[in-house]
Write a protein of this length. Structure first.
Length: 179
């Protein structure tokens, strides 16, 4: 499935129109992103369940609703940890062409973005400590857009470095002022 998107490009005082197709990007993120997403979700669940458990087991008269939510949390947490990372891996995609950076991400709320190369202002690479353990990185492509930057997360670190170098070369060679 694809859709056509028309954009105006300002170059040297003139305006030209380009057509970019909105389609699922070709590249998946690293499979190691599944582990990364699982670890971050597990940390959140452990904190959430532990807070409930401490209150239930240390209280002389814990409310019934809290015991019920603790039980529900103990059932939902493993389901979430099994389903969410796999689902995100199937959805998260990216692609860079000579015309644009394409991204697709999310798992409940899905987001497709296109950043024309001529609109790119900066390209950044970032790694939190857990990403470093999984040898992953995220790239942020800042454009002259009110929608904010385009992010590609879950990339293999070496691939992210190569992609940043490629985008830097491509944007430097692309005419326009990225505004």
């Amino acid at each position: 499935m694809s859709w056509a998107v028309r954009i105006e490009v300002v170059q040297g005082g003139g305006v030209t129109e380009e057509t970019l197709s909105l389609r699922p990007p070709a590249n998946r993120v690293s499979r190691r992103a599944i582990g990364y997403w699982t670890v971050w979700a597990a940390v959140g669940w452990v904190i959430f369940v532990a807070a409930q458990a401490v209150f239930v087991f240390t209280s002389d008269d814990a409310p019934t609703w809290l015991t019920v939510t603790l039980t529900i949390s103990c059932v939902l947490a493993p389901l979430h940890l099994l389903v969410m990372p796999q689902w995100r891996y199937r959805i998260h995609r990216w692609e860079v062409t000579g015309e644009a950076v394409y991204t697709q991400e999310g798992w409940l709320k899905q987001d497709w973005r296109i950043a024309p190369i001529s609109r790119i202002q900066t390209v950044d690479i970032e790694r939190d400590p857990v990403e470093q353990l999984f040898r992953l990185a995220k790239i942020t492509v800042t454009t002259a857009s009110a929608a904010g930057p385009v992010k590609i997360s879950g990339l293999d670190h070496a691939q992210a470095l190569a992609l940043v170098a490629e985008l830097t070369r491509t944007t430097q060679a692309t005419p326009g002022d990225a505004t």
